[in-house]
Ligand binder design. Structure first.
Ligand code: COA
Length: 130
């Protein structure tokens, strides 16, 4: 049985391993907020992960990844569903996310869940923090 639950700090290394197996960059510990950070656990193994953030206006979904051996079993759907419930409980009216242009499988997944591509262009600038 696979359980969806909130991230706990001892999960960190296993979460990084799932991100690596799915070709995703890790998020440093200092940038993590466990409240909207969910994992799927099967036989005491972390097999999928998703992060959310909420800035008071929009929710954002980041770093969704399912280990390749556990795909097409509905795990990402369950993780995102649980995250959407948590956003709703916070009063969040809309959720956004970014999909890389070449990630056609990822886009198919999001569209299957009702997420609609917008034509907005992402603008980004690095800031000097030291
Ligand atoms: C995209 C990803 C998260 C999907 O996880 P998953 O647990 O396999 O997804 P689900 O089983 O919940 O799929 C739900 C539906 O999404 C669609 N879908 C999922 N993966 C798909 C794929 N590779 N190609 C086309 N459609 C897909 C299907 O409609 C699927 O329903 P079905 O299995 O009944 O046909 C997973 O493939 C993954 O980790 N990919 C690498 C990382 C990534 O791309 N993350 C998203 C970045 S924005």
């Amino acid at each position: 049985m696979t359980t969806i639950r909130q991230f706990r700090w001892p999960d960190y290394d296993a979460v990084v391993a799932v991100w690596a197996a799915a070709g995703r960059e890790p998020v440093p510990r200092a940038e993590l907020n466990p409240e909207l950070f969910l994992v799927a656990e099967s036989d005491e193994q972390i097999v999928a992960v998703v992060m959310g953030t909420y800035d008071g206006r929009r929710g954002w979904i980041l770093r969704l990844a399912v280990h390749p051996a556990h795909r097409r079993q509905g795990l990402a759907t369950r993780l995102v569903g649980e995250l959407e419930q948590r956003f709703t409980a916070l009063g969040c009216p809309r959720v956004n996310l970014l999909v890389m242009p070449d990630n056609t499988d990822g886009l198919s997944f999001w569209q299957a869940l009702g997420y609609i591509p917008y034509p907005d262009v992402l603008c980004s600038k690095p800031l000097q923090t030291t």
